[in-house]
Design a protein around this ligand. Structure first.
Ligand SMILES: *[C@@H]1O[C@H](CO)[C@@H](O)[C@H](O)[C@H]1NC(C)=O
Ligand SMILES: *[C@@H]1O[C@H](CO)[C@@H](O)[C@H](O)[C@H]1NC(C)=O
Ligand SMILES: *[C@@H]1O[C@H](CO)[C@@H](O)[C@H](O)[C@H]1NC(C)=O
Ligand SMILES: *[C@@H]1O[C@H](CO)[C@@H](O)[C@H](O)[C@H]1NC(C)=O
Ligand SMILES: *[C@@H]1O[C@H](CO)[C@@H](O)[C@H](O)[C@H]1NC(C)=O
Ligand SMILES: *[C@@H]1O[C@H](CO)[C@@H](O)[C@H](O)[C@H]1NC(C)=O
Ligand SMILES: *[C@@H]1O[C@H](CO)[C@@H](O)[C@H](O)[C@H]1NC(C)=O
Ligand SMILES: *[C@@H]1O[C@H](CO)[C@@H](O)[C@H](O)[C@H]1NC(C)=O
Ligand SMILES: *[C@@H]1O[C@H](CO)[C@@H](O)[C@H](O)[C@H]1NC(C)=O
Ligand SMILES: *[C@@H]1O[C@H](CO)[C@@H](O)[C@H](O)[C@H]1NC(C)=O
Ligand SMILES: *[C@@H]1O[C@H](CO)[C@@H](O)[C@H](O)[C@H]1NC(C)=O
Length: 735
């Protein structure tokens, strides 16, 4: 630390701390010392201030000066805030030096570089000074402020106060600075951000080419700026209680980045009371809650740090540290482009400097501002002030909800967190048409259409969560009374199985009948199975799907409270969720759409190719129709081939492979089932299972429904817990 300080003339005369004239002080002579941990200290004559080792947390000490008569023993200066000393360390005035000796032996001279000192003084104004043999001051603590100024002290041009690091017990140098700039401006800033600061006096134009202004805290506790000729150019303190000498005074840059002046009544005070502060709104401090943090203050006094929506604390044990996105999303790429919601926070603001602002749009309302955020993938946030929408980019350093953001709306893009209905405990429920209209954006995105219904994609927001849904709008009159319709619906609504698509709810309003299902992220099985070859599910996934579907059907046939015959099992009616779990869709619709399943009916339900022969033979319809369709589909799943595939007929092929089942049978009969598999190494490595599944498929497609196994047996055979006999179809062929 440098000792040579040239005082401006106004301090020489108005502030009497040169000690040449009478000032009560106790003298510390050469050889005096204090040891950390002993409570010994050097007091000022009045006892108001003490110099010595100030105890901080962790059994550590700072060499410093503090108010000694008040219970708080408030520290006002320290020599080693960034390297505290342990018990046993000493401070000694020896050989011209004020020497700190750490307990490990390392020594540090507090007045190094200055003229040799021969005595020290703890003055009643809180200044600790060193003097030479001729009683000239060679060093003073007032010249090296830390975070506090006292009356009689000044912050000279280019000097700065630094806050303590965040957290109340740590006195080390923090990142908030109050600097007396050379240009005459007094500025509060977080100095590691290249931002211009969040509070300033604006006194850069002080009428002279010679700047060199200072912040003065005068003897009667007023703070103001003076220019190089000593004239007041800016006043900070407005009032202080009288009489001034009844109070202790200090001005400190606090841990939350505000610069404040306090008083403490000497006789009957119980705490420091604020008489002035730089910022009325404490949330105006830049990055008080860290990057992407959100500062909230309802009373201009207390502060709480949270995160802007869609973000989570970097360190849950230190909420000031800032926040990171829960899901990092690039809104300008791929499917995430519209995968978000725009959240609006009232009376909040995302202020930013010019470089954080993308554009401003005049004369818009909230919807307009929202749309501006939605339509521009680069814009992640905005604030709407009156009718001006300011588009912002991330990161946000000053997000706040406080006095200075009243009347402003903050908008932010938040990635949609999709969940499923089970996860948030949504039971089967009735929806209004309006709800579904909104959820599907006016039935704008069609997912598919069948003979009796159109299916639309939608998004439900329930309990603060988002669920993607498929809304099936029935087009034909069901011909059922509302009661009958509801009875059927409730049966479907009560089904719960891992391999069934979940019916979330329904809507019956006017002539509209709508069913609401959870959306299955990977679409119909037919698309995966018969789509591009490299996107097909693996053999192991397919085997798992086949078993899952069988279990779903078993549940419908035997395990739910009323037997449900599907009547239209095919790969288009099996959907895959995000984990490629196969789920049967559209079950129960057959009955809902007024088909009497037990009656012999010329009105065929189902799809050619998957239809059991009894549909055409006027025979009774039983659950075995589903077993037949399942069998056809099972062969398709294991072979990744349509049952009827015209394009596959090869000219030279010896066998007629037009029908998948025929082809498989002829391959088995000729002992070359491997031919069916092609070059799938996975299947070849698991060929026994493939063979078993093919046999089960052939059992299921027996023309005689009584010979077909039940789904229970199908599951057991697939699981390998039941022998698979030779299917009757093979007997016919071998005969
Ligand atoms: C500014 O004032 C300080 C003392 O207050 C003095 O040491 C310094 O020389 C002055 N600088 C200029 C450029 O006047
Ligand atoms: C220092 O002072 C505190 C409080 O007055 C007391 O509890 C402690 O025992 C003292 N320590 C020593 C070493 O005197
Ligand atoms: C300073 O000392 C004088 C006498 O030495 C005494 O009258 C006066 O009260 C002291 N001042 C303070 C502030 O202690
Ligand atoms: C001694 O302790 C101080 C304070 O903790 C530390 O700054 C210094 O590096 C240490 N010196 C040695 C030699 O360990
Ligand atoms: C003290 O004053 C004497 C006489 O004026 C002078 O010779 C001496 O150099 C001074 N010492 C210091 C350390 O300034
Ligand atoms: C200091 O400020 C006063 C009052 O504004 C002004 O008259 C004077 O010229 C200033 N002095 C300098 C050196 O700028
Ligand atoms: C301190 O400043 C205030 C306000 O400018 C003034 O009224 C008061 O007289 C000053 N006190 C001293 C001791 O200069
Ligand atoms: C101090 O105490 C006295 C008597 O109880 C009271 O009149 C006075 O207002 C108090 N002063 C302060 C600053 O609280
Ligand atoms: C907070 O301070 C602002 C001035 O910045 C003031 O308008 C507002 O009334 C204050 N609010 C409260 C609750 O004190
Ligand atoms: C939405 O985002 C989630 C997570 O990033 C992703 O899993 C999902 O496929 C996306 N959906 C759409 C429709 O983009
Ligand atoms: C998909 O699998 C993951 C990991 O096992 C699980 O957390 C998630 O809930 C599954 N999704 C569905 C829709 O079951």
């Amino acid at each position: 630390m440098s000792a040579k300080i040239v005082l401006p003339w106004f301090l020489m005369f108005s502030v009497n701390f040169c000690g040449l004239h009478a000032q009560n002080s106790s003298t510390i002579t050469l050889g005096s010392s204090i040891t950390a941990g002993t409570n010994a200290s050097w007091h000022s004559p009045s006892g108001d201030f003490a110099f010595g080792f100030y105890s901080i947390s962790g059994g550590l000490y700072l060499v410093g000066v503090w108010f000694d008569k008040i219970p708080e023993r408030t520290l006002v200066w320290s020599a080693n805030r960034d390297s505290p000393a342990e018990a046993g360390s000493t401070i000694q005035l020896t050989a011209g030096q004020l020497l700190l000796t750490y307990s490990n032996g390392t020594q540090q001279s507090i007045n190094s570089g200055g003229a040799p000192a021969s005595l020290g003084l703890m003055q009643d104004d809180g200044n600790f000074v060193l003097r030479d043999v001729n009683s000239s001051t060679v060093w003073r603590s007032f010249s090296f402020p830390t975070d506090t100024l006292l009356p009689g002290q000044a912050l000279l041009s280019l000097q700065a106060l630094y806050s303590n690091a965040k957290g109340t017990t740590d006195y080390s140098t923090g990142d908030i600075r109050l600097q007396m700039q050379y240009d005459g401006n007094l500025v509060l800033s977080t100095y590691h951000f290249s931002e211009p600061g969040y509070w300033w006096t604006g006194t850069t134009d002080i009428g002279s080419t010679e700047k060199n202004a200072s912040l003065v805290f005068n003897q009667t506790a007023f703070m103001y700026l003076v220019n190089s000729t000593g004239q007041i150019i800016f006043s900070l303190t407005r009032n202080i209680p009288n009489p001034v000498e009844d109070y202790y005074h200090r001005a400190t840059i606090d841990d939350h980045g505000n610069f404040q002046q306090y008083v403490y009544h000497k006789r009957n005070g119980s705490r420091w009371t604020r008489v002035w502060r730089a910022l009325e709104d404490p949330c105006l401090v830049t990055s008080l809650c860290g990057v992407n943090g959100m500062c909230t203050s309802v009373d201009n006094e207390t502060i709480s740090c949270g995160c802007i929506p869609g973000h989570t604390n970097l360190d849950p044990s230190d909420l000031n540290l800032g926040c990171r996105p829960e899901t990092p999303v690039n809104y300008c790429i791929g499917p995430s482009m519209r995968n978000f919601t725009v959240e609006v926070i009232d009376n909040a603001d995302f202020p930013s400097e010019d470089n954080g602002e993308l554009a401003k749009i005049e004369n818009v309302d909230l919807e307009g501002c929202k749309n501006a955020v939605m339509e521009d993938c680069y814009t992640l946030a905005a604030s709407l002030e009156f009718s001006t929408c300011y588009k912002k980019r991330m990161p946000l350093l000053k997000a706040r909800k406080s006095a200075s953001s009243i009347g402003i709306k903050a908008l932010i893009k938040v990635p949609m967190k999709l969940t499923n209905a089970d996860a948030i405990g949504v039971g089967f429920r009735e929806f209004t048409f309006q709800e579904l209209y909104r959820a599907t954006n006016g039935f704008s995105k069609i997912l598919g259409r069948g003979s009796s219904a159109k299916v639309y994609r939608g998004l439900l927001s329930l309990k603060g969560a988002h669920i993607e849904i498929a809304v099936k709008k029935l087009e034909k009159e069901t011909g059922k009374s509302q009661n009958e319709f509801m009875t059927e619906l409730k049966i479907i609504g009560r089904t719960h199985h891992k391999n069934l698509v979940r019916l979330v709810g329904f809507c019956v309003e006017n002539d509209q009948q709508l069913l609401v299902y959870e959306l299955m992220a990977n679409g119909p099985l037919s698309r995966s199975l018969f789509g591009e070859e490299d996107k097909r599910p693996s053999w192991f996934q397919r085997a798992e799907m086949a078993l899952g579907i069988a279990r779903g059907l078993l549940y419908l046939h035997e395990e739910c409270e009323t037997q449900i015959i599907h009547c239209d099992i095919k790969p288009q009616n099996v959907l895959l969720d995000e984990n490629y779990t196969a789920k049967i869709a559209d079950f129960g619709l057959s009955k809902l759409l007024n088909k009497d399943q037990t009656r012999t009916d010329t009105n065929v339900r189902g799809t050619m190719g998957y239809l059991a022969p009894e549909w055409l033979k006027h025979a009774p319809i039983t659950a075995k129709v589903d077993v037949f369709s399942y069998g056809v589909m099972l062969l398709e799943i294991i072979c990744c081939r349509r049952h009827i595939e015209v394009s596959r007929v090869e000219e030279e092929s010896e066998v007629d492979d037009l029908l998948l089942s025929e082809w498989i049978i002829s391959c088995i009969v000729s002992g070359k089932l491997e031919m069916v598999v092609g070059h799938d190494a996975d299947v070849l490595s698991d060929f026994k299972r493939f063979e078993r599944m093919a046999m089960v498929g052939l059992w299921c497609i027996c023309p005689d429904p009584t010979l077909r196994p039940s789904m229970k047996k199908v599951v057991q055979m697939l699981e390998g817990t039941m022998e698979v006999g030779v299917p009757p179809l093979l007997h016919y062929h071998q005969l």
